[in-house]
Design a protein around this ligand. Structure first.
Ligand code: ADP
Length: 465
């Protein structure tokens, strides 16, 4: 965390430093170069004028050159020097006339017949010099040497530099302050988010991270809140599931204990003992069914699926009907069917059996005497539909959303009396989903319920026909 803050800040500071260095150097270098260029051209022009004017003289001497210079009105130079071709100074306002010059640039200009210009920005002035060889009819006759010491320009440039420096300091400090505040604010928000994460990680799933603004960090916070919400829901479901499941197991166990205690503690005739033992058997059966169904659900939760194989839904429905007919008879319910041939899906016959069996069993259990149940399997081009319609007690609209929840029962007393534990439809729902299908529940006209399961039909390639 700290290192991120440091890195962020260091990055901004480095960027700022580069900018300020550029601001402090580039304008100075370019204005200095412009002054050099200007010096070159002005000194070149002046030296050429002097040289061409001196070419007209028969003899170069201190006086004759001074006369020409006065006439030309060449001014502003700190030194003007003229030599003959051997390097003997014939004119020098610096007072070396009559001796050989020792100025390197003049000697080089004479020897190499080329102009030599130098300009340098010193601490307080531009120092520039220009050495120009003079020639007549192709032969070197001497050299003109000009020197200039320009304080004014240097002061302007150094003045600008000072101002830029002050400005850079102000800008730099302000930018660093702003960047610092920005980085700190950003880090504080990230730390807030981390704190919220720790609160949730500590088990407080009801906690929500406060969202401010609409930037990326707020987006992160919103996503985190969504995640927490999902976690909260899952946790609630898990707790409810555990408490429902233990309750579901506790009830038949308590009955078994009560019945067996009665047998042990009381003198009973064999007939009553047999009755009690049969009740114990029923409760044990209920326990067995609940545990089997719980195992089924947890297997599906773990995503332990099945290997899909071409499965004929109508054939599976026939198998289920064989087992359900006695139950229908027991409840005086008319069980009819309409099973289209060739309705094949890619799935597991065992899971399909559970879907059809549970739906039809419910339709019989939650029916009325002399009611009816109609099971239909039909195919469309891309789907296979299983429809179970009954004329039973129906499901109130407000319960329809919840009946696929684990342990949910509309009428607890009736469901328990018929051996139900509220897991059947959850299993159906999960099995339908595992087949990539969907399930819908509605009202059967004029009374009762209607469940419709829609599964993807197997293609010809899949069935291998
Ligand atoms: P149960 O084992 O209690 O039957 P299910 O999960 O199969 O559990 O069903 C959940 C609840 O939905 C049942 O308790 C019952 O109240 C209601 N139910 C399911 N099918 C029907 C139906 N065909 N008609 C009326 N009510 C039904």
């Amino acid at each position: 965390m700290h290192s991120l803050r440091f890195r962020f800040f260091a990055f901004i500071a480095a960027l700022l430093l580069i900018l300020l260095v550029l601001l402090n150097t580039y304008p100075l270098i370019s204005s200095r170069d412009a002054v050099y260029e200007e010096k070159r051209s002005s000194m070149s022009a002046a030296a050429s004028v002097v040289a061409s004017s001196l070419a007209g003289l028969d003899r170069l001497s201190q006086d004759s050159v001074a006369e020409v210079l006065t006439f030309l009105d060449i001014s502003g130079y700190s030194r003007i020097l003229v030599t003959d071709r051997s390097g003997l100074v014939v004119y020098d306002d610096g007072g070396t006339a009559g001796s050989m010059t020792e100025i390197e640039d003049v000697l080089s200009a004479l020897q190499e017949s080329r102009t030599i210009f130098r300009s340098r920005l010193g601490e307080s002035a531009f120092r520039s010099s220009y050495a120009l060889p003079m020639s007549a009819q192709g032969a070197i006759t001497g050299a003109v040497y000009l020197c200039e010491y320009d304080q004014e320009r240097a002061e302007i440039i150094y003045g600008i530099q000072d101002r830029i420096r002050v400005l850079s300091f102000v800008i730099g400090t302000a930018a660093l302050l702003v960047a610092g505040v920005f980085v700190l604010a950003l880090m504080r928000r990230l730390q807030d988010l981390v704190r919220s994460m720790r609160v949730v990680a500590g088990g407080d799933y009801a906690y929500r991270h406060p969202i401010r603004g609409q930037d990326e960090i707020s987006e992160l916070g919103t996503e985190f809140n969504l995640l927490t919400e999902r976690l909260e829901t899952t946790e609630k479901q898990r707790r409810r599931f555990v408490s429902d499941a233990s309750h579901e197991l506790k009830t038949p166990l308590a009955s078994i204990r009560l019945l067996s205690d009665s047998i042990v503690q009381n003198e009973m005739d064999p007939e009553t003992v047999r009755e009690f033992a049969s009740d114990i058997g029923h409760e044990a059966q209920r326990l067995q069914r609940t545990t089997e169904e719980l195992l089924d659900l947890s297997r599906m939760d773990d995503g332990i699926g099945f290997v899909p194989e071409p499965s004929d839904v109508s054939r599976v429905a026939q198998d289920a009907l064989v087992l359900l007919r006695p139950l229908a008879q027991e409840h005086s319910v008319h069980l009819t069917q309409e099973l289209e041939e060739g309705c094949v899906v890619m799935g597991s016959p065992d899971e399909l059996f559970k879907i059809i069996f549970n739906l039809t069993e419910n339709a019989i259990k939650y029916n009325v005497p002399e009611g009816s149940v109609h099971l239909t399997v039909r195919g469309t081009e891309s789907t296979v539909e299983i429809e179970v319609a009954d004329t039973g007690i129906g499901i109130p609209e407000e319960d329809r959303l919840n009946i696929f929840d684990r342990f949910y029962r509309v009428d607890k007393a009736r469901s328990r009396a018929s051996g139900g534990n509220g897991l059947g439809l959850s299993i159906v729902h999960d099995a339908v989903q595992a087949h990539g299908g969907s399930i819908a529940v509605g009202q059967n006209k004029p009374q009762g319920s209607k469940f419709i399961v829609t599964l993807p039909r197997a293609s010809e390639e899949e069935t291998g026909i």
